[in-house]
Design a protein around this ligand. Structure first.
Ligand SMILES: *[C@@H]1O[C@H](CO)[C@@H](O)[C@H](O)[C@H]1NC(C)=O
Ligand SMILES: *[C@@H]1O[C@H](CO)[C@@H](O)[C@H](O)[C@H]1NC(C)=O
Length: 204
């Protein structure tokens, strides 16, 4: 039988259906775990800090430029290992009970209705530093939690953050590793450098 236009169209249709039946994601959803091995809840207060606390304390907000303004505040690592830092909420876009890796979310400060953001991830500091002042579920506040590629401790679940504005509809198709950037003794979180490895600790 000679291939007709019709059979060619039919073949194309089969091809389209076959392509569409491939699931959009690979693998199962991965839960995020805290230092005690419990699942991290979505939209609940946690402090985050380094795996080895001797490397400094937890993440907190600070007005390092001493502008006396409340916003925006910089997201930094407390220099003292005894300090757990502030509490933050990791809120997935879309209702979930538990936090999942590789899903877009916004990171809020418990007693402020603003979210972590980056002004310009491709610029140099201070424009690429993480600050507060963003709005929920926008490109400026579009982060995700991912497993840390080479964990410091095999016994602990450690993670890093990525900033992915394109996943929320803006900018080039790439993610930025959230990293520690030191300036005048202050360790800021920024969009470039060595990824900041951290663990979750549930708020008391
Ligand atoms: C929340 O408020 C308390 C008391 O007002 C303050 O000590 C704490 O630093 C605030 N947390 C943040 C993340 O701003
Ligand atoms: C982000 O970090 C991972 C793990 O260290 C690395 O493989 C990757 O190249 C980094 N991406 C960028 C854009 O720096």
């Amino acid at each position: 039988m000679k291939p007709t236009i019709l059979s060619y169209v039919a073949f194309l249709l089969v091809l389209i259906f076959a392509t569409q039946s491939i699931p959009p994601t690979t693998g199962a959803d991965n839960f995020v775990y805290d230092v005690k091995g419990n699942k991290v809840s979505n939209d609940a207060p946690y402090s985050i800090g380094p795996v080895i606390w001797a490397k400094g304390g937890g993440i907190k907000l600070t007005d390092t430029k001493n502008t006396k303004k409340m916003c925006p505040l910089y997201v930094v690592q407390d220099p003292a290992e005894v300090n757990k830092g502030d509490q933050f909420t990791f809120t997935l876009i879309g209702k979930q009970k538990y936090l999942l890796t590789s899903r877009i979310l916004s990171i809020g400060s418990c007693n402020m209705s603003t979210y972590w953001q980056i002004n310009d991830p491709e610029a140099k500091a201070p424009s690429n530093l993480v600050t507060t002042g963003g709005y929920f579920d926008t490109a400026a506040t579009c982060f995700q939690v991912v497993d840390y590629p080479k964990p410091t401790s095999p016994k602990m679940h450690s993670y890093m953050l990525q900033y992915c504005p394109w996943m929320c509809g803006a900018g080039p198709r790439s993610c930025f590793n959230i990293s520690s950037y030191e300036d005048k003794g202050v360790r800021y979180l920024a969009s470039s450098g060595t990824p900041f490895e951290f663990v979750f600790q549930k708020a008391k």
